[in-house]
Write a protein that binds this ligand. Structure first.
Ligand SMILES: [Zn+2]
Length: 242
């Protein structure tokens, strides 16, 4: 198992994702455990998922508000009540300096001990985890953690115009990594993870096999992490970043 901060030392966690629903597929069971333990968790979603949704009858202009509302409802299922959206265009996210500054701003505002983000690496075993937006957000989030958020001379406007002091994140958990190092037993919170995924109605309404599909993924993660038979796990690559 990886070197991981004791949750007792963690007061606040910022989860950065590309799309509404990413965090629920990748980490909602773990997040429910954290909020149950009294840790505050805040979500930062880079896009409004405006290129998503399966229903041709929903006018495209209504999709961003719909998907934001779904993510806010899903967050409540796992004890998260602060969800921030950056409004970058879905399907066209790049790891630009603008995105790095936007993420460094949120990190300095929130001052998290731990950040959760997607992987900048392509996972050849699981193509959907490696959506180009996920890889771009993973890359920009890691750059925002180091060096941007902690370097007082990076994006000086954050300090000079917005009075945002530098902040050093101690630890990063990468979801969807091709090389996971840490496995969280989420058997007890699996039901809330499924409820959170169901809250993304526009994405999951047609998935009759959702629970079975997730059970399969999480069982395989548990086996990979050496957990006992019958357990369910979410997998992360944990980096010490202080
Ligand atoms: Zn996604």
């Amino acid at each position: 198992m990886a070197d991981v901060l004791d949750d007792a030392e963690v007061a606040l966690i910022l989860a950065i994702t590309a799309h509404p629903d990413d965090i629920d597929f990748g980490a909602a069971g773990t997040i429910a455990r954290w909020t149950d333990a009294g840790i505050e968790v805040i979500y930062c979603v880079v896009t409004d998922g405006d290129a998503g949704g399966l229903d041709e009858d929903v006018p495209r202009a209504e999709v961003p508000a719909l998907r934001r509302a779904e993510q806010v409802a899903a967050a409540k299922c796992v004890g998260v009540h602060d969800v921030r959206f950056l409004g970058h265009p879905d399907g066209r996210v790049e790891a630009t300096l603008d995105l790095r500054r936007d993420l460094a701003r949120v990190i300095r505002q929130v001052r998290p001990d731990r950040v959760v983000c997607p992987s900048p690496e392509r996972n050849y075993a699981r193509m959907p985890a490696s959506h180009p937006d996920h890889r771009a957000v993973g890359s920009a989030a890691l750059d925002a953690v180091y060096p941007d958020a902690r370097n007082p001379f990076a994006f000086p406007e954050l300090r000079d115009r917005e009075a945002l002091a530098p902040w050093t994140v101690r630890e990063v958990w990468i979801a969807g990594s091709p090389s996971p190092t840490h496995f969280v037993d989420v058997t007890a919170t699996f039901g809330r993870k499924i409820a959170a995924l169901r809250a993304h109605e526009s994405q999951t309404r047609h998935m009759d096999d959702l629970e079975e599909l997730l059970r399969g993924w999480l069982s395989r993660a548990a086996a990979l992490g050496g957990l006992p038979e019958g357990r369910l796990a979410e997998a992360f690559q944990v980096l010490q970043t202080a």
